[in-house]
Design a protein around this ligand. Structure first.
Ligand SMILES: *Cc1c(COP(=O)(O)O)cnc(C)c1O
Length: 679
């Protein structure tokens, strides 16, 4: 037990009598009067929407989030009303909404950025981007991408055999033999004989497959197959740049990176090809320094190095035509426009400008023709289109109601806590915080040795929370908050229980602490007076979100609204919807079935001249579907349960009516959504 005891004298108790009138609610009301009423602009700046959401997301006068899927080109819809309308069509939450027009807008922006850069620097060749399928393989997305990409000859990148199979079946082969037209199909990833054979044969169909050699092995396979089939491959090499990648995916480059060839290995490829009389087949240089590159400096460094390798490859006799700069174009998740990992200190135009200018410089200087520029942006194309909507099931708050004044007969430790509580002010709040902690710990110690009753311990905890709450209210008014008080906000946060599995819908938030903007999609004209963290449905303490975007660094609590009771009925809350934004890249496929929460419902919304239409609805997994992923057959399970009820009936342990109710519930659940459905 702690040594420090702030003994309370009788005289102090008398003093306290006088202070009883001075209860903490008073200063709160004053504060309210002084504040002007909350506006949607306040919400906009609190949740930083202009930073991460422009030009797609904003707030309307009703205090709802609105979506403008075509960006600045007009047409918008009210996200809250959309969710209500979808719920009326029996499409339950959690719900992933994809806006196809946003996808189209992203492709246009990327291509327009490169077109502007090419015009600006008089670049003597063109840009032909590809979308890396691994970023989001869902059919409706890949098909839309191919359709929207057509005017720009925007192709696909495959990182595995299954992805190659998607790409081949989805891309339209070009009829013309002219290599400069048609979309590219970049073949990355580890390749076996079948992969390379498929890629080569696809050239006969008119697909412009480019096989990127990531391992020397792959070159030998490619040479062998090309000889057998009599088809010349178009080959690329993936370079391990020595320019260090940074951040989460920094390991994608550097000498010991998992992928690619070192410069000596690239030379070996050149020698082997030359020996086989096939050096003209080597046409592409590829590199990828990692995803979400936050700082433009790293991109510039990589391009400078790759530009020189490109020039040198031309000089040793390869028929170089393409420079593929990989992915890495970042998304500004926190809207801070900084080199923070959740942000990026450049925009799409800066990115295109730097690539175009640097490659032009390198080629002019090296006196080699400028390549067709290829990039493989996944995150920057796919993130914005998807919004995950989920509802709050309930909240749990720290118990800090106002306290009954202390009685003289109460235990000394309680009186100490009470004295601390009443003495808290702006001058001593840091010191009183430590006192409160000390007394609470002593109270628990006393309880553990049998000196405090359960009731007294409860009283001690309540007084402690009341102290924390009072101290936090003071600390929030201060410009500078001492370090040891920063955690108080976290300790005092409410828990908002949400109808969602973080593991299924936002795996990167759990696995790598990625930040996504999260905010209510309605009530934005009301002040969000609560601060909370989100806890999901899984029985896993990691199934929570307690890091949120902020201008500086991250914040550990999110401003949220108190739940409203529906028709003044207890236990029945008005729906409170939250949105998690920018989740269109990587999250869906990496989600897992922890606790058997399956895929969520998905709708594709497309704008029409009259409003919007539901282009596709993909129903989420049912319970029997997720059970089948782990090899359970619904009918067998049901049969087992039926047998058990039959036995119980025979032994009079259950009534017929009860057994029917149980079996009906069980059977109905099998075809139900894995999430909570309400009603
Ligand atoms: C993952 C990956 C990409 C996509 O990266 P983003 O940062 O999402 O644009 C591109 N190329 C390769 C080789 C990749 O592995």
């Amino acid at each position: 037990m702690g040594a420090k005891t702030k003994a309370l004298q009788e005289t102090d108790l008398q003093k306290l009598e006088k202070q009883r009138l001075d209860l903490p609610e008073d200063d709160k009301t004053e504060e309210k009067v002084a504040k002007k009423s909350w506006t949607i602009e306040d919400s906009e700046s609190l949740y930083r929407i202009p930073g991460w959401g422009e030009p797609y997301f904003s707030i309307n006068a009703a205090g709802h989030v609105t979506v403008s899927p075509r960006g600045d080109r007009g047409g918008s819809l009210d996200l809250y009303e959309l969710v209500e309308a979808l719920r009326q069509r029996n499409i339950g939450l959690p719900l992933l909404i994809r806006f196809s027009d946003i996808l189209e807008d992203r492709i246009e922006r990327l291509n327009a950025s490169f077109a502007r850069a090419i015009a600006r620097y008089n670049y003597p060749n063109c840009y032909r981007g590809v979308f890396p399928i691994k970023c989001n393989q869902h059919r409706h997305i890949v098909e839309s991408l191919v359709r929207y990409g057509k005017p720009y000859q925007f192709g696909l990148e495959a990182g595995s055999k299954p992805e190659l199979m998607i790409a081949l079946a989805t891309l339209e082969p070009s009829a013309s033999k002219e290599e400069s037209s048609g979309t590219l199909l970049i073949c990355n990833g580890y390749k076996d004989k079948e992969y390379i054979e498929t890629a080569l044969l696809a050239r006969r169909l008119g697909h412009q497959t480019l096989v990127v050699i990531e391992q020397l092995e792959e070159l030998y396979i490619a040479l062998e197959i090309s000889q057998q089939l009599g088809i010349e491959p178009v080959l690329g090499v993936r370079a391990k740049l020595s320019t260090k990648g940074v951040g989460r995916w920094g390991g994608s480059t550097g000498d010991r990176a998992k992928f690619g060839l070192t410069v000596p290995e690239i030379l070996e490829v050149v020698n082997q090809l030359q020996a086989a009389g096939m050096l003209h087949c080597l046409q592409l240089l590829h590199f990828h320094i990692g995803s979400q590159i936050s700082s433009i400096t790293h991109i510039k460094d990589a391009i400078r190095e790759a530009g020189q390798i490109y020039v040198q490859l031309t000089k040793v006799g390869a028929n170089m035509r393409y420079l593929d700069v990989g992915g890495g174009l970042g998304v500004d998740y926190d809207g801070s426009k900084t080199n923070f990992y959740a942000s990026k200190n450049y925009n799409m135009q800066n990115y295109a400008n730097d690539i175009v200018a640097a490659v032009k410089d390198a080629c002019t200087q090296g006196q080699v023709p400028a390549p067709i520029l290829v990039s493989e942006s996944g995150r920057a194309i796919a993130s914005h289109q998807s919004v995950l909507i989920f509802d709050v099931l309930g909240t749990s708050e720290v118990p800090c109601q106002s306290q009954q004044p202390i009685e003289e007969s109460e235990h000394l430790i309680l009186r100490n806590l009470w004295e601390t509580y009443t003495s808290i002010d702006a001058k001593n709040y840091q010191e009183t915080y430590h006192d409160a902690i000390q007394f609470k710990e002593e109270a628990i110690g006393l309880f553990n040795f049998g000196y405090l009753s359960l009731k007294e311990r409860a009283r001690a905890e309540q007084l402690y929370w009341a102290c924390c709450s009072k101290i936090l209210n003071i600390a929030r008014q201060e410009d500078y908050v001492p370090d040891d008080l920063e955690d108080l906000e976290k300790i005092m946060a409410s828990i908002y229980y949400v109808n969602l599995s973080v593991f299924q819908s936002a795996p990167d938030s759990w696995a790598i602490d990625q930040l996504f903007p999260i905010m209510p999609i309605h009530r934005l004209n009301e002040e969000p007076s609560q601060r909370g963290i989100l806890a999901d449905l899984t029985c896993d303490s990691d199934g929570k979100i307690d890091q949120f975007i902020d201008l500086k660094d991250v914040k550990s609590v999110l401003e949220l609204h108190p739940l409203k009771q529906q028709n003044k009925q207890p236990l029945s809350n008005e729906p409170y919807y939250l949105g998690m934004f920018l989740v269109g890249a990587y999250q869906e496929i990496m989600g897992n079935l922890h606790n058997l929460f399956g895929d969520t419902n998905v709708v594709h919304i497309q704008m029409t001249p009259k409003g919007y239409q539901i282009e596709y609805l993909v129903k989420g997994d049912t319970i029997s579907e997720v059970l089948s992923y782990v090899q359970y057959k619904a009918e067998d399970l049901l049969e087992n349960l039926r047998r058990q009820t039959e036995q119980a009936l025979q032994e009079n342990r259950i009534t017929l009516k009860e057994s029917q109710l149980l079996l009906n519930d069980y059977e109905r659940s099998l075809s139900r959504y894995t999430y909570l459905v309400g009603e």
